[in-house]
Every structure is written in C-alpha cells, then in structure tokens.
Design a protein around this ligand. Structure first.
Ligand SMILES: [Zn+2]
Length: 147
C-alpha cells in the first residue's frame, strides 16, 4: 500500500481513511490536498478515482482544469478531451440539460470534445471506463493529426 502520488508507504490507518473518504490510496498529505480540491470545486469522488485510474494507465490528466469559463472535472489537454462526471443524471432537469448542451457547444468551438460519464460507471466499471477513454484518446489523436 503506497500513496498514488508520492509512493510513500501507507500505514493501516492512513490507508483506511483514504479508502473510506476518497476511494483511492493516498498519504495524509495528498489526502489533504485532494480534500481541499473537493471542498473548493465540489469535485465528485468518482472524478478522483477516474483521475488516478487514468494516471495508472499512463495518462497525464488534470483535475479541475479551468478552461476560461468553467472548471472541468478532468481534462486531457493533449487530445483536447474534457471529462465531466455526472452525479445527478437521474434527476436532470431541462434547465440542466440545456446548460450542459451549451457548455458542450462552447467546448467544441474551442476544439475540445466533452464526454459525460455517470458516476456509477466509475464505481462499478472503472477499468472498462479507463479502457474506453484510452480508445477515445486514440481516436482524437488521429483526428487532431488529420487537421
Ligand atoms: Zn503522497
């Protein structure tokens, strides 16, 4: 059991606290940093799990990336991919839906692709979600080269 950020050995308590609160293995110092991020941006815990899932797959992503208009849950700037985690999709109102569509439109205009991932997918299919994102990145890479 080591910290996913700094590879520091984790004791039983640190490990348990980290898994209980964030669902990823982080040392006390890095737990604090991520908790601050969550408090500031309302980052879903699944975004943290996906971020580290991608990191383990060798993907350089950014958490809560500011695109000039809004904070993106996870951004992979090399392929201009934005990932938003939907936590309340089951009670999506029409106002939220049109807001999401407008945000996606603005991102597209800037050359960014936005995908929305339901949080339950990360909870139950983290590995498959990461594999699919890797596939999307491959597709985007080819597309970016073509322009
Ligand atoms: Zn650490």
């Amino acid at each position: 059991m080591t910290c996913l950020e700094c590879k520091k050995e984790l004791g039983y308590t640190d490990h348990k606290i980290s898994m209980d609160t964030l669902g990823v293995e982080l040392c006390a110092g890095h737990q604090k940093r991520i908790t601050k991020l969550i408090d500031t941006h309302g980052t879903p815990r699944e975004a943290i799990q996906l971020y580290y899932g991608l990191k383990e797959a060798g993907v350089n992503a950014m958490l809560e990336w500011w695109d000039g208009n809004k904070s993106i849950d996870i951004a992979i700037s090399r392929v201009k991919l934005n990932i938003e985690i939907d936590t309340e999709y089951h009670m999506l109102t029409h106002e939220q839906a049109i807001n999401d569509l407008e945000k996606a439109m603005h991102s597209f205009k800037n050359g960014f692709t936005t995908i929305r991932i339901p949080h339950v997918l990360i909870k139950y299919y983290l590995k498959e979600t990461v594999i699919n994102i890797l596939g999307i990145m491959d597709g985007l890479r080819v597309h970016l080269k073509a322009i």
